[in-house]
Write a protein that binds this ligand. Structure first.
Ligand SMILES: N[C@@H](CCC[C@H](N)C(=O)O)C(=O)O
Length: 273
């Protein structure tokens, strides 16, 4: 490979993560990149690509039809590692805002972001990023099958679909999340994210199988859904411990807040396959 070709034809990217949920950030301010599912999947491949749980494309809100009516300068175009589109990504929006701040595209401490699920507003609080994720919607009880075993869980929408299943600490540690879950296709025509949680003294411990990705180290919207279920009997704050670290979910009379670390740790250029 002629490295000059990468410098000349490659597109700029940054890499970041929020509690181990990792993303490739692609600044495409004027919305000139039209990435196919296969291209996204190739970039996110952990052996033959850069590797990530998803891609965050940074687009001027004025250039994105999905951002219409949202009072934000930037639109987050989120794609899962398999190329599929999701309505919302809680860790993604925190990493997206960290990128905007680090790149000088936003000043903070408050940064509104247009998303497919509507406006989300982030705040820098200490070293963390806290996002108003809007209230969780609890939609009842559903069945999910994972690794040949059927569970009953709570259907929660955070803009994207989740099923939260409570298990014991021992069951949580022993779960095999390497395969795909199955659910009622009439309820989840576009599939769902599945969170398994076990109670802790201050909240829950969580493992997640993400739609369009597989098991990840963390899922922000999953933590919101899990925290909302953990706090179902009232308002307050719950810690959500994930393999990649700790997130905090606070529910008040109006909304649900998601807080935690988000960092950008690399930048470069990549050839779009
Ligand atoms: N990791 C994300 C969720 C990303 C989208 C999800 N896989 C879906 O398809 O709904 C988060 O931090 O919320």
């Amino acid at each position: 490979m002629d490295l000059n070709k990468i410098a000349g034809e490659g597109v700029a990217f940054a890499k970041g993560h929020g509690t181990g949920n990792d993303f490739i950030v692609i600044p495409d301010l004027d919305a000139s990149l039209d990435l196919s599912d296969a291209q996204v999947a190739a970039i996110c491949d952990r052996r033959t690509g850069l590797g990530a749980d998803g891609i965050l494309r940074v687009v001027h809100a004025a250039k994105a039809a999905e951002a219409e009516g949202q009072a934000a300068e930037w639109f987050m175009d989120y794609r899962n590692a398999d190329g599929s589109i999701a309505e919302m990504c809680g860790n993604g929006v925190r990493v997206f805002v960290r990128y905007l701040l680090d790149a000088g595209l936003a000043e903070g401490p408050t940064v509104p972001v247009a998303t497919r699920a509507g406006l989300r507003v982030a705040d820098v609080v200490g070293g963390d990023l806290r996002v108003d994720m809007s209230a969780a919607r609890h939609l009842g009880t559903e069945r999910v099958t994972m690794a040949g075993r059927e569970y009953t869980g709570e259907h929660v929408s955070m803009g994207n679909p989740h099923i939260v299943v409570e298990v014991t600490e021992e069951e949580l540690a022993a779960l095999d999340l390497s395969g795909d879950p199955s659910f009622d296709p009439a309820v989840f025509p576009n599939k769902a994210n599945v969170e398994f949680i076990a109670p802790t003294p201050t909240g829950v411990r969580m493992r997640v199988h993400e739609r369009g990705v597989g098991e990840t180290q963390s899922c922000g919207t999953g933590a919101c859904a899990a925290g909302a279920i953990g706090l179902a009997k009232g308002k307050g704050t719950a810690t959500v411990d994930v393999p990649g670290g700790r997130l905090t979910v606070t529910v008040d009379e109006r909304t649900l807040w998601l807080s935690g670390p988000a960092v950008i740790f690399a930048a470069g250029r990549v050839l779009i396959p």
